[in-house]
Design a protein. Structure first.
Length: 237
């Protein structure tokens, strides 16, 4: 069997997306619209963004079964199966983010910013007028790109790149997924770190140059997580 590589995973990801362009296009558009909630509530924005990232893995599974299985499943199967665990993971990220922010604001004496984490309406004419579309997109999606980087850092620090799909598709416990995921990463470190570096670079690019591609980056990351997972844990199927 050919050794997994970042270039191979990227190629498979792009081919995988091409198998369901309407599904991915609709989901990406929905994510892009809903991400604007982050400018009314950062907490809700982070919660939705991380949930969308992990639900995307369920959608990838749906497309895989749709085109390769004798018993394809429906789209809502993917949502119902992946949503509870995705919300749980997203809630954990929001909690950790809030803890860091709370400590920082207490130390700086900026107590008013604590409540702004949960609600702070910024979608006002003053923030939108006299700005180009690119400037508005950077302003709207900047938090989502930071959220993506933060989430991947949390995964690689406290869990594993493969923890979510292992828990979702193989019913592993968190500790089992952590052990199996870390073992897989250790065996393919070069490919894994190239992939993480690629996503980080794209996220940074989306914060300044291509902000409108932020929802696309989330979709590609979800698909890449699924493709890399299947290549290591379901290759024999």
């Amino acid at each position: 069997m050919k050794k997994p590589s970042f270039s191979g995973w990227l190629k498979q990801t792009l081919l995988f997306v091409s198998r369901g362009p309407l599904v991915w296009g609709g989901y990406t558009l929905f994510v892009g619209i809903m991400m604007t909630v982050g400018r009314a509530s950062l907490a809700l924005g982070i919660l939705f963004s991380v949930t969308a990232l992990f639900v995307g893995i369920g959608i990838a599974k749906y497309l895989d079964l749709r085109f390769s299985s004798e018993n394809p499943v429906g789209f809502y199967w993917a949502i119902n199966k992946s949503l509870p665990l995705a919300v749980l993971a997203a809630t954990s990220v929001v909690t950790i983010w809030f803890a860091f922010m709370l400590i920082a604001n207490l130390l700086s004496g900026e107590y008013y910013k604590i409540t702004q984490f949960f609600f702070y309406w910024e979608l006002t004419p003053d923030n939108l007028n006299r700005k180009s579309m690119r400037e508005i997109a950077i302003w709207i999606y900047s938090y989502a790109n930071i959220t993506l980087i933060f989430t991947l850092l949390m995964l690689t620090t406290f869990a594993s790149w493969f923890s979510y799909p292992l828990m979702l598709f193989k019913d592993f416990t968190w500790s089992q997924a952590l052990e199996a995921g870390n073992y897989a990463v250790s065996r393919h470190q070069k490919a894994f770190y190239k992939m993480i570096g690629f996503i980080f670079a794209e996220a940074l690019l989306c914060t300044t140059v291509t902000p409108l591609l932020t929802p696309v980056l989330y979709m590609l990351t979800s698909t890449m997580m699924y493709v890399s997972y299947t290549s290591l844990f379901e290759a024999s199927k």
